[in-house]
Design a protein around this ligand. Structure first.
Ligand code: DGJ
Length: 763
């Protein structure tokens, strides 16, 4: 692993454990090309990949057709207007309105370590942009490119971490001229490939898309000439698309196949795209969406684009996921809770919605405590006069009609019961019907003379303004200091629109959506500094801000408002493509499910929620006895296996979206001594054999016993006798090697009826 510069051949080698990226400089001019990214290669002279001699594409030798080179080469920082007609990484507009630029090599530095990224909010607050970090065992290459006409330099930075097959990349522009330059577009990463890396077959583009309550489902399509883009212009990373795109060899599967993946560590507007051109080049890019973005880079100023993460693997989507998971766990998530067992919580949202008071909450807490649940989370509706979602956002004072004695009383009664208290906030918002809005109507993001668009009957506060941000922060601090509160669920229930801020000059208005995301980061950073022990869970109408940026602040994110365990199979399997199970908010809710009306067995709902941060989202006081009585065993199982789920390596065995019958996944302890298999039969099919599945990730030479979870307990409510006897009929009779379990596989019984779970301890 490491970074080197071969001076003679003008090649940069950026190496991870199993990959190499090679950047090459063209002769005199120093145009930066990405000539290779893939499996590890020797640091030999691969500058022939620049195709210098290939007529007529040589800039130095054939100036007549200089443009052909730009339109053909594997450009590392492609610009607009100079002959490359593909999607540019950067568009800069000078004071005369021209939109051409060309950046060439000036210098570079290679150093041990990695510098943090910063940006500034109006008023001068310097904010750290979320990004990967490490104390040591990280090396960085920074290449300075400049456009001599514009007087602007681009600092391209590449970091590699020991043991992780990812390259983390970022770009900073500095305006050294005495004029203002407009940044119309700046991608965090552009990756040019040739179709030859996929054996000259069209690759597939993989994205994760959805909607509210249907987040992050995997989409796969062939990349023909032309382009595919996914994006958000909503001011959040969004329900609709995930900031992620993989370009993979056709038919790449979970365990095999070449995959190039990129994401961007950013929680606001983004774009991810891939296009194939006339020469079968493939250009893939990620960065801030140019829509709603326009940055007036004044003389002497700099602009920092967020970090991109690039992953290459030959080991299919599991291989890709492992790299993202490990990078995020080891170098992005800072929370002290990352490696800790999270409390089993009960959230009152689906239990009561807005209709609750202290007595109701305490009755839920008392019952929950009996079952071993450890924390009560009071969701929306505890403040102002909020009895529905039409009022009071911004009025962060306790509604004493609902909660007499306030949070102090609630928390001390909970302490007596032996439960912790968690609380919901939606700090970025204001209801038109609120004292805050009446006092400060111009604190809402809006455009003078235009009625701002309401969503969920609320507006977005202009937290890019310091006084607004300080007000929000102080309000949260007051509440959090008023009682013993261990956890905050930070929600955001609408998208941005009407992008106007009274504090920004017209020329800087295009900065607003970037600054908004920065302001959210600033608030969360300040909150965690003030309350370092706080367990923060991000949320955005379910999973609209499930992104790497938020993981810098919160070790868990609410995955989706859809708690239907069947729906969760696809939502969670999409989420797990990038994010470790330890960050995925997953709860058991009531049946029939409130959103889908689907009825599912309690143990199946529990098995699905157990692959995330486990909790309940139901009125435990109203549960039928057989469900209520099942909870203590479920909580015990969660405690027993939460470490494997949290720390283990995740393997996808089958996706229900493909099998249409079952779904299965595994977590394998890092030492491979133990593993946990979850198998969900979704549909019953007549006259079928039990399904043969092959396990993954085990030590081939180690012997493993397989135990059906709950089977040792005669009276288990998690594992019925019928299920136990079915399992006994198909399970291996003795310990088998990992090699046998991974190659020959095991047989999962076919169960009569729909929806059944088998959780198997392997070890
Ligand atoms: C959206 C969240 O995803 C829900 O869990 C809940 O907190 C509601 N907002 C409350 O308004």
């Amino acid at each position: 692993m490491g970074i080197t510069f071969d001076e003679k051949n003008r090649l940069f080698f950026i190496e991870t454990r199993s990959t190499t990226m090679c950047l090459a400089l063209t002769d005199e001019e120093g145009i930066l090309n990405n000539v290779y990214y893939g499996s590890r290669v020797d640091r030999g002279d691969i500058s022939y990949l620049l195709r210098r001699g290939e007529y007529p594409f040589v800039p130095s030798e054939n100036d007549r057709d200089r443009g052909c080179f730009f339109d053909y080469a594997r450009m590392e920082f492609p610009t607009s207007g100079i002959g490359d007609y593909r999607t540019p990484s950067v568009i800069l507009i000078d004071e005369k309105g021209h939109d051409s630029s060309l950046f060439t090599y000036k210098s570079h530095r290679i150093y041990e370590g990695k510098e943090n990224l910063y940006a500034e909010l109006p008023g001068g607050d310097r904010v750290r942009i979320p990004g990967t970090f490490a104390e040591d065992k990280v090396s960085t290459l920074e290449i300075k490119l400049s456009d001599g006409v514009l007087g602007v330099s681009a600092y391209l930075s590449y970091s590699v971490f020991e043991g992780i097959d990812a390259i983390v990349k970022s770009v900073r522009l500095v305006n050294y001229s005495d004029r203002c330059v407009i940044i119309d577009k700046l991608m965090s990463s552009t990756l040019d490939l040739e179709r030859g890396v996929f054996d000259n077959k069209s690759p597939e583009v993989v994205t994760l898309s959805g909607s509210w309550a249907r987040e992050r489902r995997m989409d796969v399509r062939l990349l023909k000439r032309g382009s595919v883009e996914v994006y958000s212009s909503r001011g959040e990373s969004s329900h609709q698309f995930q900031p992620f795109m993989a370009v993979a060899e056709e038919g790449a599967g979970e365990s095999r196949g070449r995959v190039y993946a990129q994401t961007v560590i950013w929680s606001g507007n983004f774009i991810c795209g891939a296009g194939a051109d006339q020469f079968d080049n493939i250009r893939a890019y990620v960065g801030i969406n140019p829509q709603h973005f326009r940055w007036d880079l004044k003389s002497g100023e700099s602009f920092q684009a967020p970090e991109a993460v690039l992953v290459y693997t030959e080991e299919g989507f599991d291989g890709m996921s492992h790299v993202f998971h490990n990078l995020f766990k080891e170098h992005l998530i800072r929370s002290p809770y990352l490696h800790k067992e999270r409390p089993v919580l009960i959230n009152n949202w689906e239990a009561t919605y807005f209709d609750f008071d202290t007595d109701k909450l305490l009755s839920i807490a008392r019952e929950a405590k009996k079952s071993g649940i450890e924390m009560l989370v009071m969701d929306d509706g505890w403040f102002g006069k909020r009895n529905d979602d039409n009022t009071s956002l911004g009025d962060w004072t306790v509604n004493e009609e609902k909660l007499p004695g306030g949070l102090k009383r609630l928390s001390s009664e909970l302490t007596q019961i032996g439960m912790k208290l968690g609380i919901w906030f939606e700090p970025e918002m204001v209801s038109p019907d609120s004292d805050l809005y009446k006092a400060h109507p111009n604190w809402a993001i809006s455009i003078e003379g235009r009625t701002p668009c309401k969503l969920r009957n609320q507006y977005v506060l202009d937290i890019t303004r310091r006084e607004v941000r300080d007000h929000v922060f102080d309000a949260m601090v007051n509440i959090l200091k008023s009682a013993d509160i261990s956890y905050v669920k930070w929600d955001m229930n609408r998208q941005l629109s009407d992008l106007g801020s009274v504090e920004l000059d017209p020329s800087s208005m295009g900065r607003l959506s970037y600054l908004y995301t920065l302001a959210v980061y600033d608030l969360q950073e300040r909150l965690l500094k003030e309350f370092p022990d706080l367990l923060l869970e991000n949320c955005s109408g379910g999973g609209a801000r499930f992104d790497a940026g938020m993981l810098f602040y919160s070790p868990q994110i609410w995955c989706s408002d859809d708690t239907d365990a069947y729906e969760r199979l696809s939502i969670q399997s999409g989420t797990e493509m990038l994010y470790p199970l330890s960050v995925m908010g997953a709860h058991v809710s009531a049946s029939p499910n409130h959103i889908t009306g689907r009825t599912m067995p309690f143990d199946v709902r529990c098995a699905v929620a157990m692959s995330g941060t486990f909790g309940y989202e139901l009125d435990i006081t109203k549960l039928p006895d057989e469900e209520k009585n099942a909870i203590p065993e479920q909580v015990e199982i969660y405690h027993k296996y939460s470490e494997i789920v949290r720390e283990g390596d995740y393997y996808r065995i089958a996706r229900e979206s493909e099998t249409h019958e079952y779904d299965a996944w595994m977590s394998v302890e890092p030492g491979k001594e133990k593993a946990l298999l979850t198998y969900i039969q979704v549909k019953a099919a007549p006259n079928v054999k039990g399904r043969l599945i092959r396990l993954k990730g085990l030590d081939p030479d180690r012997k493993y016993n397989l135990r059906l979870i709950g089977a040792d307990n005669e009276d288990s409510l998690f594992c019925s006798r019928e299920k136990k006897s079915l399992w006994e009929k198909t399970a291996p009779a003795e310990a088998l090697s990992g090699r046998a379990l991974m190659n020959a596989g095991i047989v999962m019984p076919a169960v009569w009826g729909e929806y059944a779970q088998f959780m198997i301890e392997i070890g």
